[in-house]
Design a protein around this ligand. Structure first.
Ligand SMILES: Nc1ncnc2c1ncn2[C@@H]1O[C@H](COP(=O)(O)OP(=O)(O)OP(=O)(O)O)[C@@H](O)[C@H]1O
Length: 624
């Protein structure tokens, strides 16, 4: 690497005997450059100070440059430099390779690698008395935005200096990375939980909808894909879970480390940070852990090194009798190799329930792999589920893919919207369930697989069987235990549900629903169930500002429209009912009069006496 640098220097036209120009640029120009590098400067400063503490009294300097090798900040004593050279490490001096020949700063920028240049490895003889260790600093887009360097007299060389500089540069990168996305979900992950929070952790950011944004260097390494390839990924394609699972984790359980399976089969421990900067965000783990956990998740303390549960049946039991019965039934079959079919309207929590079943099962330490059969194009479901061999079809990833069924090996496979599974694949799925073997696309080998199966649907599978759109044999394979989640309007625990949701959504701020709003909530039909209620509360909390009580004015207009429409509808239904009851009453009266007349041989006076009414009334009623 240094030989190539020397060749470049010769090509620049530099002479080894040249006297370098150490004049700093004008003060105004320097201020401008410092301003342009303010973010880097701000995040680098504390790290530089810590680094300097490590090398104090070694006659070295810590230097930060911009992307062109111009020093923007320098720390330490320059007493090792001769007076004439002191200026060399001052802010405003450029150490580009083109100007100063081979040197750690300039060469690290060209090579984009940590670089050590010692004594006579410098191209210019004038720099032979120095030893320099430099590491480039990358931003989240993978561009070099500066260099961190330690320079001293060559006699002060220490073999650990380079490692210290590299680690410090990475620390700066991690700080920059965390600050780069205001509106992101940031994951800190590593295959060993004790490395989370250290320099070794991988960091990856996702948009609130789950789109991959960027990953730190260690993150890229662990994800095993280059930044360019990751740009097409999402949280769910990398971690095998919908991003909503993260929100659920922070809503329903004591937030802690998650244990997730990467797309390449590697298991990692994950800590997620979510910043609430818009309505799509639910929770900030620290706030939740502090405020919501005691109310929402009275979970036994788990050691930080153990994966915490994402949700548990216990947390879903908020007092509704139907839900309580359902949980009792589930508790009896969990871990017994009985397939579970969860039905219920959209948003009733089928997905959340499936996760809770997994988390409460003996397979909790294994993977939970969710596949939404409705959201994957029909042409891709087969490869997504069963995997494919190397080069099985054009467009396949080079090394093949193990598929979701095998990914779930040892854990739980959750097939959401099973009613949307194409007929052709229903046969293949049935075979997998019967034989417990998977044959990836393009392969002749069958691989044994051991998964617990949970399916969910909001469609009527029996009707589909009658219409020949769902296979009966598969249906009987799936429905070991069928549980139906009640719609919100039928639940008797609406108050407890709302209290639980407010505890997490309001991030511990005191917040309650006014009686009037509660009456509206009880009246409403909630076609979107929990999903709708959660969104509504989230909006109301934002509208609430500093107030503590949710009033009708904090609710969205379309919800209020729905309520007043329902009230009008109710009023007209009541009038209709009264009118129809009245006409029914008249029918009853008429038949009583008829019967009494018959009993009195058609004598109106006797009938009137017997019924305690006037004769006129009898005549009037008989005219109807
Ligand atoms: N018991 C619950 N407590 C708190 N939040 C819940 C509960 N049940 C569901 N939710 C929330 O409601 C939303 C919808 O839940 P989920 O995705 O599990 O429903 P679903 O029945 O699978 O919906 P769909 O049929 O549309 O896929 C999620 O954000 C989930 O966190």
């Amino acid at each position: 690497m240094l030989d190539e640098s020397h060749q470049r220097c010769a090509a620049y036209g530099l002479s080894t005997t040249e006297k370098p120009d150490f004049d700093p640029i004008a003060r105004n120009d320097l201020s401008l450059i410092v301003e342009q590098n303010r973010v880097l400067y701000t995040h680098a400063l504390p790290v530089m100070e810590t680094l300097y503490d490590q090398i104090i009294n070694t006659h070295n300097m810590v230097v930060l440059t911009d992307a062109n090798g111009l020093i923007v900040h320098a720390l330490g004593d320059d007493d090792f430099l001769e007076k004439a050279n002191r200026v060399a490490l001052q802010p405003g001096v450029s150490w580009s390779e083109e100007g100063k020949g081979t040197n750690a700063i300039g060469t690290a920028i060209v090579e984009k690698k940590p670089t050590l240049v010692h004594a006579n490895q410098h191209y210019l003889r004038a720099n032979h008395f120095l030893t320099c260790s430099a590491a480039p600093i990358f931003n989240h887009q993978g561009d070099v935005i500066g260099v961190l360097d330690v320079t001293g007299d060559k006699s002060s060389y220490h073999q650990h200096t380079m490692a210290l500089v590299r680690m410090s540069a990475q620390m700066i990168e991690n700080h920059l990375f965390s600050a780069a996305f205001d509106d992101a979900i940031t994951l800190h992950f590593h295959s060993r939980p004790e490395f989370i929070g250290t320099l070794m952790e991988g960091i990856a950011s996702f948009s609130p909808s789950g789109r991959f944004l960027s990953a730190s260097r260690s993150g890229l390494f662990q994800l095993g894909l280059p930044l360019s390839a990751l740009k097409t990924h999402t949280f769910s394609s990398l971690f095998g879970l919908p991003v909503s699972a993260l929100f659920d984790h922070y809503r329903t359980a004591c937030p802690g480390l998650l244990n997730l399976c990467l797309h390449n089969g590697v298991r990692v421990f994950v800590r997620a940070e979510m910043r609430r900067t818009n309505l799509t965000f639910h929770a900030m783990p620290e706030a939740l852990a502090r405020d919501a956990a005691p109310r929402v998740a009275p979970q036994p303390a788990a050691s930080e090194t153990q994966p915490r549960r994402m949700s548990s049946l216990r947390y879903l039991n908020t007092g509704d009798a139907q839900v309580e019965r359902l949980i009792e039934k589930l508790s009896k079959v969990i871990g017994r190799d009985i397939p579970i079919l969860v039905t219920g309207e959209t948003g009733t929590g089928k997905d959340l329930l499936a996760q809770a079943i997994h988390n409460d099962s003996p397979r909790a330490k294994g993977p939970f792999v969710a596949v939404n059969c409705a959201s994957i194009p029909e042409t891709l479901i087969e490869s997504e589920l069963f995997g494919y061999e190397d080069g099985a079809f054009t467009g396949a990833r080079k090394k093949g893919s193990i598929g979701k069924i095998l990914q779930a090996n040892g854990g739980t496979l959750f097939l959401d919207e099973i009613g949307d599974m194409p007929m052709s694949l229903q046969v293949r799925l049935l075979r997998v369930l019967q034989d417990r073997m998977v044959t990836p696309l393009g392969s002749t080998k069958s691989i044994p697989v051991n998964v617990a199966l949970i399916c969910a649907t909001n469609r009527n599978l029996r009707e589909m069987i009658a219409l020949n759109t769902f296979r009966e044999d598969l249906y009987y394979r799936l429905n070991g235990l069928v549980v139906k989640l009640p719609p919100l309007r039928e639940r008797s625990d609406l108050d407890a549900v709302i209290e639980k949701l407010l505890a997490t959504e309001a991030e511990g701020r005191p917040c309650r629903v006014s009686d009037e709003v509660m009456r509206m909530f009880r009246q409403h039909k909630w076609p979107g169930n929990f999903r709708q209620l959660t969104n509504l509360l989230r909006t109301a909390i934002v509208m609430l500002g500093d107030d503590a009580e949710i009033l009708p004015e904090h609710l969205p207009d379309d919800f209020l429209d729905d309520i007043s429409h329902a009230q009008r509808q109710n009023a007209s239904d009541t009038i209709e009912r009264i009118v129809s009851d009245m006409s029914r009453l008249e029918d009853v009266e008429a038949s009583v009069i008829r019967k009494s007349l018959e009993a009195h041989g058609g004598n109106v006076s006797a009938t009137a006496r017997a019924l305690g009414v006037s004769r006129n009334t009898i005549y009037r009623k008989m005219q109807h």
